[in-house]
Write a protein that binds this ligand. Structure first.
Ligand SMILES: C[S@@+](CC[C@H](N)C(=O)[O-])C[C@H]1O[C@@H](n2cnc3c(N)ncnc32)[C@H](O)[C@@H]1O
Length: 158
């Protein structure tokens, strides 16, 4: 884990998205979900099944594990927050597997981090309800659909 793996989502972001049932990777004091699993209390969000509407801002140094878990939990619907890195190897497959993604129209300064952040944020949306929620949220940004996808080695084209 790195230092910035523990930065928290500011309230103006998660409140705008409506009621959240589960934060599978909460800090000790975060109250984003009705249920908030925290590794420091021995609750491992990678091992438990995700239920209800989830919101996940994972430790970015371990994002691949959380991406895999989010994709396998997409049946219940949820929102995965990640950095805006369109050319990263994980971004295209995730764009293709999520229903849509919302590119935040302003930088988020995460709680506990520096007062200015030079990286943008994307919310990957799993399930139609999340698409509606983000549309109604009032958050600045734009909604993107992945209409076609080709993997780096050309082995997968959709
Ligand atoms: C980037 S912070 C986000 C905190 C909170 N979810 C938010 O959005 O404000 C990631 C959090 O995940 C927690 N975490 C890391 N691995 C975890 C695991 N396997 N299960 C549950 N929580 C974990 C860390 O302790 C850290 O507080």
């Amino acid at each position: 884990m790195r230092d910035n793996d523990n930065l928290e989502t500011p309230e103006w972001v998660w409140r705008a998205l409506g009621p959240i049932q589960l934060d599978p990777c909460a800090g000790l004091n975060t109250r984003i979900g009705k249920v908030n699993w925290c590794i420091d209390r021995g609750e491992d969000g990678l091992k438990k099944p995700w239920r209800g509407m989830w919101f996940c801002n994972p430790p970015f140094s371990q994002k691949e594990k959380w991406i895999e878990k989010a994709i396998s939990s997409c049946g219940v619907g949820g929102i995965l927050l990640l950095p805006e890195r369109g050319s990263a190897p994980w971004f295209g497959p995730l764009a293709e597997k999520s229903n849509a993604y919302w590119v935040m129209g302003k930088r988020i300064n995460f709680v506990g981090g520096p007062s200015s952040n030079n990286v943008g944020t994307v919310l990957f949306l799993f399930g139609g309800e999340c698409v509606t929620r983000v549309g109604n949220s009032g958050l600045p940004g734009h909604l993107c659909l992945c209409l076609s996808y080709r993997s780096r080695d050309n082995s997968e084209v959709k």
